[in-house]
Ligand binder design. Structure first.
Ligand SMILES: Nc1ncnc2c1ncn2[C@@H]1O[C@H](COP(=O)(O)OP(=O)(O)OP(=O)(O)O)[C@@H](O)[C@H]1O
Ligand SMILES: [Mg+2]
Length: 315
């Protein structure tokens, strides 16, 4: 296997809103993780834990309060020329949760999709632009008859496909999908996930896939990070995280997922996470530590020792 190459490095990232005021919010507090080329990193956690802020700060919609985002070796929040900014904007794209709000209702689908093509000068002639739009529509499972219609003529799932086509139009390397399936009917969710998986293979894309629960990221993620109140509390390979969750908050999220097995459902106990149970020695802070290779957990020293011991007996 080829050596894993990092496309994105998030280092000690902080995003505080209303800094120094009584309503200060530490939306992201010292979060670090890497994303490797071609993988999907799932990011989960309950409403308000800072998932969208993480995505938005990565693509520089917000200035970071502190820390770094390195994309393809380049410091995203560093000083940039116009040309560098434009190129970053092209290489990192975002897909949004609400397929109703994220498409301009007054624009035809062809205009929505070709906006980025024009901004980045990716088509030389009107014909080339039109062909690109048709190609993109087909790539996402729509067809060229759809190009002349308006967003309100489409279902939620179709609109999300249009949002995906718009993101793909500028040939990005990295896509942040912020709860792209949460607003869709359950029957449509799998179709959109399958489409994203197919596109990832065909176009060599890397994804940060944001969701609020662990059931939604299961089939798309290679690795999963769990956020709690602005902090990353656990990060591991997807299989490992489901099989051997370590942080009590991850365990509580997993216990919330119903399974289609009546025996399991009869005995399923909802675990409640109680953050006051973490004991810290004086002067000690919680740290993100590697309990097993590639499996990181936010913990105290004492917890770390215990988790490591447990890890030996369970694997
Ligand atoms: N522009 C802003 N100004 C002030 N506070 C903000 C801003 N954006 C987000 N926040 C706060 O930051 C915290 C994290 O919000 P964020 O939207 O990142 O959470 P989320 O995990 O995406 O939640 P959801 O699952 O509901 O989308 C919340 O407390 C939110 O109220
Ligand atoms: Mg959000």
């Amino acid at each position: 296997m080829s050596k894993k190459e990092k496309i994105l490095e998030v280092k000690n990232l902080k995003q505080y809103f209303n800094m120094g005021k009584p309503n200060e919010v530490r939306a992201i507090d010292n979060v670090s993780f890497d994303i490797y080329k071609g993988e999907t990193l799932g990011l989960v956690g309950e409403s308000g834990c800072g998932k969208s802020t993480t995505g938005r700060t990565i693509i520089r919609l917000y200035d970071a309060t502190d820390g770094q985002v390195i994309f393809n070796g380049e410091d995203v929040h560093g000083k940039k020329s116009r040309a560098q900014l434009k190129s970053l904007n092209r290489k990192m794209q975002m897909i949004f949760q609400d397929p109703y709000a994220s498409l301009n209702p007054r624009m035809k689908i062809s205009q929505i999709i070709s906006e980025g093509i024009d901004i980045h000068g990716l088509a030389k002639t009107p014909k080339e632009r039109k062909d690109r739009v048709y190609d993109l529509l087909e790539t996402v499972g729509l067809n060229k008859e759809h190009a002349n219609r308006y967003p309100h003529e489409f279902s939620g799932g179709q609109r999300q496909r249009i949002g995906i086509a718009r993101a793909l139009a500028v040939e990005p390397d990295f896509i942040i999908a912020d709860e792209p399936i949460s607003a869709l009917d359950v029957s449509i969710q799998a179709q959109v996930v399958n489409l994203l998986k197919k596109l990832q293979k065909e176009k060599d894309l890397t994804f940060l896939f944001i969701a609020h629960d662990l059931s939604m990221v299961k089939y798309i993620s290679d690795r999963i990070g769990v956020m709690y109140f602005g902090r990353l509390v656990e990060l591991a390979d997807a299989d490992e995280l489901y099989k051997n969750p370590i942080h009590p908050y991850t365990k509580s999220l997993l216990s919330a997922i119903p399974l289609p097995d009546p025996d399991y459902e009869k005995t399923r106990v909802r675990k409640v996470y109680d953050p006051s149970k973490h004991k810290l020695e004086q002067g000690e802070t919680m740290e993100f530590r590697e309990v097993k290779p590639g499996h990181f957990v936010m913990c105290s020293k004492e917890e770390f020792a215990r988790y490591q011991k447990d890890a030996v007996t369970t694997s």
